[in-house]
Design a protein around this ligand. Structure first.
Ligand SMILES: *Cc1c(COP(=O)(O)O)cnc(C)c1O
Ligand SMILES: [Zn+2]
Length: 435
C-alpha cells in the first residue's frame, strides 16, 4: 500500500489524511509506494502500450504511469490529457553553449502552458478524493493559471493569491478567464505563500502549492515520459530551473523510483540553475551549509523563479545527492540572451526556462560539463506567457530597477528589431534586402 511519509522523522500517514507537512515535526511529506512487487520490464511494456490507447487516462502523460501514482478511480481523475510534451533538438542553442548537441523537453506545451499542469492533475484529483469543494494557492503566475483551469474542469472554486503587480499579464489573464477568484496580496511571493498556508490550515480550502506532495507526484512523471520518449535511454544529465524547488525535487524522485524498480541502472546527473538575485539554494549548496537561509527581497525578471524562501529545498538537496548534482546561478543579462537564442531555434520559452541554457553555457566554459554529454534541458513555460519581456528585449528596452533604486539596462545582443517601412512597394523590396 502507498502512504504519506515524513522525509525527516519517517512517520507514516494514510493518503486520505489531510496534511501538507508532518504534524509532529513539520517535515515535508512524500508519497511512498511498496515497489517490491513491480518488475520494471513489465511496467515498461504496459506504459508503452498505453500510448496507442483511446482512453484519456492512458493518453495523459501523467496517468499513463498510474502504477507509480497515488491510487484514484477513473471517476475521480481530473485530466486534461496533460504531458505528451515534445523533445526538440536545438542546434543553435547547443552551439551557443559550446556542446555537440542539446535537446529541450518543452513542458510549456502543456494545456495551460507550463509544467504546473502535470502536478495539478494529481493535486486536483486528490482534492476531489478528499471531498474538497474549494482549492487555493499562492503563485508567481503559472500555478494559478493551471489550478484555475483544473478547478474549473472539476467544478471547484479556486482562490489564487498573487504578489501584487509582480506576475505577467499572460498568466493573470488565464486565471481570470478560467474563473478563479484572484486576490492581489501586498507583498512578495513568500508573503503570499505564508498566508495561504495559514488560511488552508484553518479553513476547508485545500492547498495546492507544491508543498502538497500530490503535486510532486504528477510532476515526477517528467522523468518517466522523458525516458519513454527516448526509448528508455537514460541521458547523462538533466538541467532544470530552480524556484520553489518542487520540480527539481519531483524529477529526482521520478528517476529514483525507476532505479528502485530496476527500469534504470543508474541516476542521471541533475543540474539546478537559479537566477543570481533569487539564489538561496545556490548559496546553501556551494557554501556547504546544513540548512537553507531564506533570501529577503529576492529579485529576477524571470518572475516564475523569483522566490527567496523555497519550500521544497530539503527534497531538492536529497535529489542533488541522489543525482551527483550541482547548483549554479546566472545573471539577468545571461538569462535574456539565452532566451533569445532558444527563440532562434524556433522553440522559445518564458524567461525562467532560459536559465537552463545560460547555466549550461557557463558550466561548459568552466569545464564542469563535458561537451560530449547527452543532455536534456527542461523548458518550463511557454514563450507567450510573458510577451512584454520578449518584445522589450528585441526593442533593446529590457531593464529593471535594482535594490538601490538604480535603473539597470540590459544589452540586447541578439535583438531582432522591428522595422518600420512606408507603404510603398519599392521601399519594401529595398527593405527586404534581396534583389
Ligand atoms: C513554477 C515554475 C518554475 C519553478 O519551478 P519550481 O518547482 O518552483 O522550482 C520555473 N519555470 C516556470 C515557467 C514555472 O512556472
Ligand atoms: Zn516528521
Amino acid at each position: 500500500m502507498s502512504s504519506l511519509r515524513c522525509i525527516e522523522c519517517g512517520a507514516d500517514f494514510k493518503l486520505e489524511t489531510r496534511v501538507y507537512t508532518c504534524p509532529s515535526c513539520a517535515g515535508l511529506l512524500d508519497v511512498v509506494y511498496r515497489t517490491s512487487g513491480f518488475n520494471g520490464k513489465d511496467l515498461r511494456g504496459i506504459w508503452d502500450a498505453r500510448r496507442g490507447s483511446a482512453s484519456s487516462f492512458d493518453l495523459s502523460g501523467v496517468w499513463r504511469f498510474r502504477e507509480l501514482l497515488p491510487p484514484a478511480a477513473d471517476s475521480e481523475i481530473v485530466t486534461m490529457t496533460e504531458g505528451n510534451t515534445q523533445i526538440w533538438d536545438a542546434p543553435r542553442s547547443a552551439g551557443y553553449a559550446g556542446i555537440d548537441r542539446l535537446a529541450f523537453k518543452h513542458l510549456g506545451m502543456n494545456p495551460t502552458g507550463s509544467f504546473k499542469d502535470l502536478g495539478m492533475t494529481t493535486g486536483i484529483t486528490q482534492a476531489r478524493r478528499l471531498g474538497a469543494t474549494s482549492v487555493a494557492c499562492a503563485s508567481t503566475g503559472n500555478t494559478s493559471a493551471s489550478m484555475a483551469a483544473y478547478a474549473a474542469r472539476a467544478g471547484m472554486k479556486a482562490f489564487v493569491f498573487i504578489p501584487s503587480g509582480q506576475i505577467s499579464l499572460g498568466k493573470l489573464s488565464q486565471a481570470l478567464d478560467y474563473g478563479a477568484s484572484v486576490l492581489q496580496i501586498e507583498g512578495d511571493f513568500d508573503v503570499a505563500m505564508q498566508l495561504v498556508r495559514e488560511i488552508a490550515a484553518e479553513t476547508p480550502v485545500y492547498l495546492l502549492n507544491s508543498v502538497n506532495p500530490f503535486r510532486l507526484e504528477g510532476q515526477k512523471t517528467i522523468a518517466f515520459e522523458l525516458l519513454q520518449q527516448r526509448g528508455w535511454r537514460l541521458p547523462d544529465r538533466i538541467i532544470v530551473p530552480g524556484g520553489n524547488l518542487g520540480n527539481s525535487s519531483a524529477i529526482a524522485k521520478g528517476f529514483h523510483e525507476l532505479l528502485e524498480i530496476g527500469l534504470i541502472t543508474k541516476m542521471p546527473k541533475l543540474t539546478i540553475i537559479q537566477a543570481e538575485g533569487a539564489n538561496p539554494l545556490y548559496r546553501m549548496w556551494n557554501s556547504g551549509a546544513e540548512t537553507l537561509t531564506p533570501l529577503k527581497g529576492a529579485f529576477t525578471m524571470a518572475t516564475a523563479i523569483k522566490i527567496g524562501s523555497p519550500v521544497s529545498w530539503p527534497k531538492a538537496i536529497r535529489g542533488l545527492r541522489w543525482c551527483d548534482g550541482e547548483v549554479d546561478q546566472v545573471s539577468e543579462q545571461e538569462i535574456a540572451d539565452a532566451k533569445a537564442v532558444i527563440g532562434s531555434d524556433g522553440i522559445g520559452c518564458e524567461p525562467a526556462s532560459a536559465v537552463t541554457l545560460a547555466g549550461l553555457r557557463n558550466l561548459v566554459a568552466r569545464g564542469t560539463i563535458d561537451p560530449g554529454e547527452d543532455i536534456v534541458a527542461i523548458l518550463t513555460g511557454h514563450v507567450l506567457k510573458d510577451p512584454d519581456y520578449t518584445v522589450n528585449y528585441h526593442r533593446g528596452k529590457l531593464g529593471y530597477t535594482d535594490s538601490k533604486g538604480d535603473a539597470v539596462a540590459l544589452t540586447s545582443r541578439f535583438a531582432n528589431r522591428l522595422q518600420s517601412v512606408p507603404a510603398d512597394r519599392d521601399e519594401i523590396i529595398a527593405a527586404l534586402g534581396i534583389e
